[in-house]
Design a protein around this ligand. Structure first.
Ligand code: FAD
Length: 233
């Protein structure tokens, strides 16, 4: 399969980057093709704005999502966006690698989402969830945290469940655009544990990468269960 890894960590020697390198090595060894976007190394522009469009449908008033649709139809989006959409369309599996920042992704990755998951391509009108533009692809989050596992492993935990914390990403972004979402992989308390524990995370992650097909996806809504006004049937 084709795997597209999007990585956001500012330090090439970080533990997070070690997990990313493991993804590349294990998946390539298994015979998969891997493409990497290392957003900091690319100096990726995360700011969605008027320069993202080389031909405006409405030059007088910017409605970002409408210009995305026009830019996608006419292939006049900025070249850095089109390069990323090309990798996205190529892949069967998207892996987002990042350190958790404020219960979410680092800003550079949020900007990648805003600019690259283009309206008209990944969603639009009634094309979302299991009718989204990226239907048929799988997505997985691989993140490192400062927090400990027991702070995020159940509803009663101090922060609730990790999958609930990451809902805007897992449901509002990956599932919304049609992808099948695999359970996130988390390395807990990373800066504070010892080397042996971190080595254990790498081992567990390598094991997970070798068994991706056996993972049960996280369940998200199907439009079949909702009427035309998106009210539950
Ligand atoms: P690093 O600091 O890069 O690495 C930790 C240690 O691992 C280092 O000693 C390094 O030398 C060592 N190491 C590197 N490579 C290897 C290897 N191959 N094998 C073994 N050891 C290795 N955390 C939360 O839980 N929730 C939050 O909401 C949150 N918000 C944050 C917001 C901001 C703005 C910031 C800066 C941090 C936040 N954090 C939060 C913490 C952050 O998520 C963690 O610090 C980060 O994920 C740790 O991973 P890292 O890769 O950066 O670790």
């Amino acid at each position: 399969m084709n795997v597209f890894i999007v990585h956001a960590h500012p330090e090439p020697k970080s533990f997070n980057t070690a997990l990313r390198d493991l993804s590349v090595n294990v998946l390539e060894k298994e015979g998969h093709s891997v493409t990497l976007s290392d957003l900091y190394a690319m100096n990726f522009n995360p700011v969605a704005g008027p320069d993202d469009f080389r031909d405006r449908a409405d030059p007088d008033y910017l409605v970002y999502a409408l210009e995305q649709r026009h830019g996608w139809e006419t292939k006049t989006l900025a070249p850095d966006i089109l390069a990323e959409t090309g990798k996205l369309l190529w892949c069967d599996l998207l892996i987002l690698h990042f350190p958790l920042y404020w219960f979410s992704v680092p800003a550079i990755m949020k900007g990648w989402i805003d600019r690259v998951l283009v309206s008209g391509l990944t969603y639009g009108g009634r094309r979302f969830y299991d009718r989204g533009g990226l239907k048929g692809k799988r997505a997985m989050v691989t993140c490192t945290l400062g927090g400990r596992e027991h702070m995020l492993d159940r509803d009663e935990a101090i922060h609730g469940r990790l999958t609930d914390m990451l809902k805007p990403l897992l449901q509002g972004t990956l599932a919304y655009t049609g992808m099948t979402v695999l359970p996130p992989f988390a390395a807990w308390h990373v800066p504070y544990v010892d080397d042996t524990t971190r080595a254990g995370y790498l081992e567990t992650y390598a094991d997970r990468l070798a068994k991706l097909d056996s993972l049960s996806p996280v369940a998200y809504p199907s439009l079949d269960d909702f009427d035309d006004k998106m009210t539950p049937r």
